[in-house]
Design a protein around this ligand. Structure first.
Ligand SMILES: C[S@@+](CC[C@H](N)C(=O)[O-])C[C@H]1O[C@@H](n2cnc3c(N)ncnc32)[C@H](O)[C@@H]1O
Length: 264
């Protein structure tokens, strides 16, 4: 029996994807669509998350590491212009398709790295960077300096990063108890790099913590306004209800750190 078309599942959440394009995307995009654009993750869901963070009515917002573009398209519905960047060609093609099929004509998708942003100083009112920082291969402080450069004074940064609980979840639930064996060496490499970071201070990829993020953001010129678990920041409690996408903790450790920071 043919697998249920993932794009059709996402369309059940209102995403409007052209179902006949389904087969032209690699497996990892189809899996991401299943995880991130289906099962209760509608455009309205992402809009509510952004409203809770105060990402609306801005002139220009950057979605840094847009992946499949669901945050970008939701941002485009709340703000005047969105620039969506990623380094992966399949992600960029999918994001552009999601934007065009959702009539997000104010969403501009292009290939670029968060390590060296192709934008002038003080271009953006806000930046979202969800689940990207751990993957980019540049020291977080350098990335924060780059975000600081392209933000206008007072501009907002929403950051979501993995921490200890998430790595334990990948290692134990997905790698050891589940079928994703490749997670095991991946997580061990991450833990080893973290130990190297503690000893030498010269590692680029390591497990990020609240205290590290607070210090690194301050060094780059940001004030950390809020830090919470994934989906835990809500600046508009009176008008928006927020449902986190990820459990707060795994094995007693916080899974994800959400940060809302302001350019000083
Ligand atoms: C876990 S996905 C998250 C994507 C998206 N933000 C989301 O919430 O679905 C990580 C994304 O970061 C992208 N990425 C990795 N390194 C990057 C870099 N240096 N600059 C921009 N994007 C990067 C990957 O291609 C991938 O699409």
């Amino acid at each position: 029996m043919r697998e249920v078309n993932t794009f059709a599942l996402a369309n059940g959440e209102g995403w409007n994807l052209p179902v006949n394009e389904f087969d032209s995307f690699p497996q990892f995009i189809q899996q991401t669509v299943r995880d991130e654009l289906s099962a209760g993750r509608s455009k309205e869901y992402y809009r509510s998350r952004l409203k809770a963070l105060g990402f609306e009515n801005m002139d220009r917002v950057l979605d840094a590491g847009c992946g499949t573009g669901q945050w970008s398209v939701a941002l485009a519905s709340l703000n005047k212009r969105v620039d969506a960047i990623d380094v992966d060609d399949d992600c960029l093609r999918f994001s552009a398709l999601l934007a065009s099929s959702g009539n997000a004509t104010n969403c501009y998708v292009q290939k670029a790295s968060i390590a060296t942003l192709p934008f002038s100083d003080s271009s953006f009112d806000g930046i979202t960077c969800y689940s990207v920082l751990m993957l980019c291969g540049k020291h977080p402080i350098e990335v924060f300096k780059e975000f600081h450069r392209v933000l206008k004074p007072g501009g907002k940064l929403y950051l979501s990063v993995d921490t200890w609980g998430w790595y334990l979840h990948l290692l134990i639930d997905q790698g050891i108890l589940g079928s994703q064996r490749y997670r095991i060496p991946y997580v061990f490499r991450y833990f080893l790099r973290t130990i190297k970071h503690w000893i030498t201070g010269r590692e680029v990829r390591f497990v990020l913590t609240k205290s590290f993020l607070r210090g690194a953001l301050a060094k780059a010129g940001f004030e950390s306004k809020h830090m919470a678990h994934e989906g835990g920041i809500n600046q508009n409690k009176n008008s928006v209800t927020v449902r986190p996408a990820i459990p707060k903790r795994f094995y007693g450790f916080q899974a994800i750190i959400d940060v809302l920071a302001i350019k000083r």
